[in-house]
Design a binder for this molecule. Structure first.
Ligand SMILES: Cc1cc2nc3c(=O)[nH]c(=O)nc-3n(C[C@H](O)[C@H](O)[C@H](O)COP(=O)(O)OP(=O)(O)OC[C@H]3O[C@@H](n4cnc5c(N)ncnc54)[C@H](O)[C@@H]3O)c2cc1C
Length: 525
């Protein structure tokens, strides 16, 4: 007899959203397994002394943050995303290792999948946007857009999203706003002010620009965000009070006794029977292999790790599946006339926008904390002089992170061997997108840049991983039904972004959560 109605593997945003939906149905027995553990949220300083040796500092905590969270790159991964070199976020990346090869077969990048209670959302920006018709038209999108509406509503209410109704509302998909947006840094405020004046004169403006939609819990809790005084708070310190992460949903549901949660449980494989699924996992606390039986199994391990579990359960030597992402282009912006102030407290994602005539999307970041901590250590000068120099640079600097829809078809693939080893391979050389129009529109707002300063990021770098087990109305091998079921299964469903065959030019987590919520709400039990 099955012990649980649903076993969910993975406690990131997709697993948490499904757990939430199931908790709202009458007396369902739900178990969430995750190989990550809460107590891993700490940071060891392998070479703190050597990192600090070369500096004479007046205030260590001003440089490193109150918890030394800004000592990044101590472990030396040259290609790793700077957000994840932040010490306090490192525990997120202890899952399966993977490497990325370019179209010439040369390794360009190495990293690890997520491994944490709350998954990657423990280290995220929390920008949560709806997909709109504009996002999904003319792409290989299998879902009717309106099937997500009620899930979007329910999740936005649960999470609490900050923002404001403005020009960018069309772009962000509207939705429920729980609290006012966070204060902007002066350079971003100036940019938005100039935009608003121009937009009032030229209607409609060729670009959208507006406030970000961020998963910061509304009301009073916002005030208790312990911001790193130099910005970039969320990437440098995990589990902050005001920032929503999936861990918060899981913790809440466990405390209300609506679900069971087992940390340190690494699922190995499963066997599907007529009326149940037997799931084998390794329990890191007892050091033993265990088995548990559920009526249904939901895979929510992230696009790569869910596909790896499918590969291992198939017992083939290796499988190759599509791999989709849309690594952003980074374009620095120099805001002329910005006030001579480095913000005391800030948040990285300041503004969002897009060109009206294109299907791109950009987030404008204040890169303060990240630059500060990285640059300070390398400046061959005193702390005081370095601080003044960096302040002068930072007060005008913003970075536009520009996304385009992921390439149609399969421009990259993921090969997984029987031990779960993973290699992403680009099949086509990536070419830099034209940025002339962006440069022109930003220049009209007094933000100067040149395309030569832009940086194309490698495949797999931007955390928007998807498409490994794509959803189809009539799925073939290694594909999924629209209700998440694997092509050959009645009881095993994939509920993370593996099922999205393409990605519109936007943060995808809210839609991924909405899909997981929908699947869990519609499950026949
Ligand atoms: C720095 C950063 C900024 C980001 N900013 C944004 C943003 O602003 N907006 C946005 O939409 N997205 C953002 N993202 C992306 C977002 O975090 C991911 O899209 C999201 O976390 C994916 O959720 P998931 O549930 O699919 O998987 P994950 O979050 O990867 O969670 C998977 C979970 O499964 C567990 N697991 C894996 N394999 C097993 C196994 N075999 N057994 C048991 N457990 C297992 C892992 O431990 C992990 O907890 C950001 C990510 C990062 C790192």
């Amino acid at each position: 007899m099955a012990s649980y109605d649903v076993i969910i593997v993975g406690s990131g945003p997709s697993g948490a959203a499904a757990a939430l939906a199931l908790s709202r149905r009458q007396s369902k027995r739900v178990l969430v397994l995750d190989e990550g553990q809460v107590e891993e949220n700490h940071f060891n300083f392998p070479s703190l002394t050597s990192a600090l040796d070369a500096r004479t500092m007046t205030s260590v905590s001003a440089l490193l943050g109150p918890k030394f969270e800004a000592i990044d790159q101590l472990e030396g991964e040259a290609w790793l995303h700077p957000k994840l070199t932040a010490a306090a976020a490192r525990h997120v990346l202890r899952g399966r290792p993977f490497s990325v090869l370019n179209s010439r077969g040369v390794e360009i990048f190495k990293s690890n999948c997520s491994h944490a209670l709350g998954g990657m959302s423990n280290a995220w920006g929390g920008q949560l946007l709806r997909y709109t018709n504009r996002d999904v038209q003319n792409i290989d999108w299998p879902f009717e857009q309106n099937i997500f509406s009620s899930a979007y509503d329910a999740l936005e209410r649960h999470i609490g999203i900050s923002g404001v109704v403005d020009d960018a509302s069309d772009l962000s998909g509207g939705g429920e706003i729980a609290s006012k947006p966070l204060d902007m840094v002066p350079s971003a405020a100036l940019l938005l002010d100039r935009y608003s004046r121009r937009a009032a004169r030229f209607c409609p403006s060729p670009i959208y620009l507006g406030r970000a939609r961020l998963a910061v819990n509304g009301g009073g809790s916002l005030l208790s965000v312990d911001a790193h005084s130099l910005g970039e708070t969320e990437f440098l310190e995990t589990n902050q009070p005001g920032l929503y992460t999936a861990q918060k949903t899981i913790t809440q549901l466990v405390s209300e006794r609506k679900i069971s949660y087992r940390a340190g449980s690494s699922v190995i494989d499963w066997k599907e029977n007529e009326d149940s699924v037997a799931v084998r996992y390794f329990d890191s606390r007892s050091g033993e292999k265990c088995e548990i039986v559920g009526k249904n199994l939901f895979l929510a391990c992230g696009a790569m790790q869910s596909a790896a579990l499918v590969a291992v359960s198939l017992k083939k030597d290796s499988i190759t599946v599509p791999f989709v992402d849309h690594s952003p282009v980074l374009l620095p912006l120099w805001v002329l006339g910005a006030l001579p102030i480095v913000p005391d407290k800030s948040y990285p994602i300041q503004l969002i926008g897009g060109l009206r005539a294109q299907r791109d999307f950009f987030s404008i970041y204040y890169p303060g904390g990240m630059f500060w901590s990285s640059l300070m250590r390398d400046l061959p000068c005193s702390y005081r002089f370095g601080a003044r120099t960096i302040s002068n640079i930072l007060r005008r600097l913003l970075v536009a992170q520009i996304w385009y829809p992921s390439a149609a078809g399969c421009s990259s693939s993921l090969k997984i061997d029987k031990h779960g080893g993973m290699i992403i391979r680009e099949h086509e050389a990536r070419t830099a997108p034209p940025l002339a129009r962006h440069v022109y529109e930003f220049a009209k707002l007094g933000a100067v840049t040149v395309p030569a300063l832009s940086k194309m990021t490698p495949t797999g770098w931007g955390f928007h991983h998807a498409g490994t087990l794509p959803s189809r109305p009539h799925p073939g091998e290694l594909e999924t039904h629209l209700d998440g079921r694997l092509w050959n299964s009645r009881r095993v469903r994939v509920i993370d972004a593996s099922v999205f065959p393409v990605l519109p030019a936007k943060n995808h987590s809210l839609t991924m959560m909405a899909n997981a919520y929908r699947i869990a709400s519609e499950l026949q039990l």
